[in-house]
Design a protein around this ligand. Structure first.
Ligand SMILES: [Zn+2]
Ligand SMILES: [Zn+2]
Length: 245
């Protein structure tokens, strides 16, 4: 804790939403968010889609409209921290393209705090970051999902929950195009054979870790690869989930 404080003093943090330099000290929120931005984050709360974890309007409905159309049979279900909005969009963009790796720890800590009981119950063998292609790793220096997975794992260990990160069981073979510009069919063909893994029949279940869940096509494709390799249950966790309320 003292060490954390010294680090914090030497490297003051920036607001994860507007990037403003923050004053030293405070609780988790104060360490990562300025006063103006605290209400810009929309934390996901019930009712949620039982498949993808997106917020829905209706308590009596099980699934969001998106999942009603495509039941994503390849993975079990997923859960996320925030509704995707313009503020989160900007924050995730800075993580990916402007080197603001430090923001990730805020999201990792919040995910661990909110979902520690869910994760304990699922009892996964590993947290598995959604892999990026080697060429993107060279470009960005880090895979934001790997950093997030380590942050979650690290934070969970403070609650006495030990789940390792494993980024070696599945690899991204194809440098896919930016998926949010493609329609559903194009996404599916772009992701076909995008991932590769070895025999994983000794693994019961994993939680995939990603920054954002949009249509589920990436998680679907990964889940198919993992299940073909022998993994029995595949879940996911994301910082933000796109909904259509
Ligand atoms: Zn701010
Ligand atoms: Zn859904």
């Amino acid at each position: 804790m003292i060490f954390d404080n010294i680090i914090k003093f030497i490297f003051p943090s920036h607001c994860v939403i507007c990037d403003k330099l923050l004053p030293y000290g405070g609780n988790l929120e104060n360490l990562f968010l300025c006063n103006d931005c605290k209400n810009k984050l929309e934390f996901i709360k019930d009712p949620i889609c039982k498949k993808c974890g997106a917020m829905i309007n209706d308590n009596d409905t099980m699934y969001c409209e998106r999942c009603k159309n495509d039941m994503h049979k390849n993975f079990e279900f997923g859960f996320g921290l925030l509704r995707y909005n313009d503020f989160v969009k900007e924050s995730l963009h800075r993580i990916k393209y402007r080197g603001r790796k430090e923001y990730i720890d805020f999201y990792g800590k919040c995910i661990a705090k909110k979902y520690k009981n869910v994760i304990t119950e699922l009892n996964p063998d590993y947290l598995v970051p959604v892999p990026i292609h080697r060429s993107r790793l060279v470009e960005r220096n880090y895979n934001q999902s790997t950093v997030l997975a380590h942050s979650i794992s690290n934070e969970l260990s403070k609650y006495g929950i030990n789940i390792a990160v494993n980024e070696n069981i599945v690899h991204r073979m194809k440098n896919t195009r930016v998926l949010n510009k493609l329609d559903n069919d194009d996404r599916a063909s772009e992701l076909k054979n995008a991932f590769l893994s070895t025999d994983l029949s000794n693994i019961e279940s994993v939680i995939l870790v990603d920054d954002i869940y949009t249509t589920g096509s990436t998680i679907d494709s990964l889940a198919i690869t993992l299940k073909n390799a022998g993994v029995k249950n595949v879940y996911f966790v994301a910082i933000a989930i796109v909904d259509n309320l």
